[in-house]
Design a binder for this molecule. Structure first.
Ligand SMILES: [Zn+2]
Length: 112
């Protein structure tokens, strides 16, 4: 088998339990591995968006991939405070919808 076709996606090094950076969710305040959280970033122009790559520069805040946390974080505007910005009602609504959509995608047989 040739190993020359590695695309760089998904290397299997997770067996090495390395110390991962930890962050706390602005919704439930639980501290989790950074990789288990979704990063939101405040861009230079004050816009806040979901940073799916986790690599955008700007002030970041984290939320669990659970609708509850997005509701907590957005309705009490903890997210805005964490990012030192003010989120418009419209923006919060859009992020809430994003949080809801995370629940939809999770219907893959998780018995919880
Ligand atoms: Zn949370």
């Amino acid at each position: 088998m040739s190993k020359s076709e590695v695309t760089g996606a998904g290397s299997k090094q997770e067996a090495q339990a390395r110390l991962l950076p930890q962050r706390s969710c602005v919704g439930c305040r639980q501290v989790r591995d950074k990789r288990q959280l979704i990063r939101l970033v405040r861009l230079g122009n004050g816009e806040v968006e979901v940073d799916v790559t986790g690599k955008k520069s700007g002030r970041g805040a984290y939320l669990c991939p659970r609708p509850n946390c997005w509701q907590e974080g957005l309705k009490k505007d903890r997210l805005g405070r964490a990012l030192h910005t003010s989120l418009t009602k419209e923006k919060r609504q859009r992020l809430l919808e994003y949080g809801q959509s995370l629940a939809d995608e999770k219907i893959t047989g998780a018995a919880s």
